[in-house]
Design a protein. Sequence first.
Length: 258
Amino acid sequence: MIAPYRRDFLRALSRGPPPMYTPQVMQVFAILPAAGLGTRMAGPQPKQFLSLAGLPILIHSLRAFAAVEHVTAIYVAVRKPEMERVAAQVAEFGFSGRVHVVEGGDNRQESVAHALAALPAAADDIVLVHDAVRPLIDAATIERTIDAVEQHGAAIVGMPAVDTIKQVERTAHGALITATIPREFVVLAQTPQGFRFGLLQMAFAEATADGFVGTDEASVVERAGLPVAVVPGSQVNLKITQPGDLELAEFYLRQRSR
């Protein structure tokens, strides 16, 4: 549980600096956790290194954030054996000085925590966490997420649900439906997910102390009792998880180039 005084502190962080002070220039940092093995792709290498239109998927994602002027620096968290490889790609594609490679962890939350520890950020700065295998994120969505974090302290990109959503109880033979969740109460979470640095750092510290592992960064912040805004996403911002996703991403890239 979050202690009341800590919750008040987190809420204050989410609102930004008090108006009586002259705010410093806000910095925006992006974190790309890329330490996953990509077992569902069943490919010869982790999916973030697979080729998409002739370039590694990770490079597409880095280019998207590097194209946003407000983004100060980008931190990529990868497995230790891949650090040299990624550092070489960063240099090859001209990201040196803007992109930093850090060692990831055993899961997404650990990888993001390692990157957070490396950030030269102030409490009111903004941190965007983005799936390294969502290579088609666009600059406009990144900018809207930054704007939403400035206003609310925490925001994620999300898509409205199209299909009917069923809540189920898992059984030995599959699942039984227990309820139908109205679609207007559901969004499908995407990334980037953005937060004030101090807020995310404190929420992560509390989660670590309690042994809580969230499914994404928003779940860790939600656990602290803080509201998280939603920025409209797009079906183009897909997460490459299965082999067919690569073909779909190639299609979207061709559409963009027309």
